[in-house]
Design a protein around this ligand. Structure first.
Ligand SMILES: Cc1cc2nc3c(=O)[nH]c(=O)nc-3n(C[C@H](O)[C@H](O)[C@H](O)COP(=O)(O)O)c2cc1C
Length: 138
């Protein structure tokens, strides 16, 4: 059983979350609606990048829970496409005991005019492939 948790302020990372979740026939869960880390199975955790950091809600969720021994695959979107949001989550999760097994990041539409159409069809195809690869490791 895989679980897909995410924070998405403007909907881009939510598209990745939905594509990943569909691979496993589960519903993606906004992190704010979670009181606890879902039990058992691989965790996919995603966020957009805001000031080159993951969303505050996802960082608080990570800080407030134990991920001891849990396998986690990360995903994110940003204006720059640099992946600083997945790096930030990876560092925080490792400190909480998680085993980060991989990550996927791509550009997301930003400030109305930047990266229009991203994440697009190719990004969603790539993230589905990523999800399947991670499931083999998870
Ligand atoms: C408040 C705010 C701050 C942002 N800061 C950055 C940033 O520092 N670096 C970057 O590459 N993109 C930045 N972006 C662009 C977002 O990372 C990009 O649009 C991303 O796809 C948003 O994901 P979301 O739609 O899931 O919220 C910012 C966007 C917003 C709204």
């Amino acid at each position: 059983m895989s679980h897909v948790l995410y924070y998405s302020l403007t909907g881009n990372t939510k598209k990745l979350a939905a594509a990943i979740a569909q691979e496993f026939g589960v519903a993606p869960t906004p992190v704010k609606s979670l009181a606890a880390v879902p039990g058992e199975g691989l965790l996919f955790i995603g966020s957009g990048s805001y000031g080159d950091r993951p969303g505050e809600e996802i960082m608080k969720f990570i800080a407030n829970h134990s991920f001891s021994g849990r396998k986690v695959a990360l995903f994110g979107t940003s204006g720059s496409g640099q992946g600083k949001e997945v790096q930030g989550m990876a560092e925080a999760l490792k400190q909480k005991g998680a085993i980060v097994i991989g990550s996927y990041h791509c550009k997301g539409r930003a400030f109305a005019v930047v990266n229009i159409g991203r994440p697009g069809r190719d990004d969603l195809t790539a993230v589905r492939l990523f999800a399947r690869e991670m499931a083999k490791l998870g």
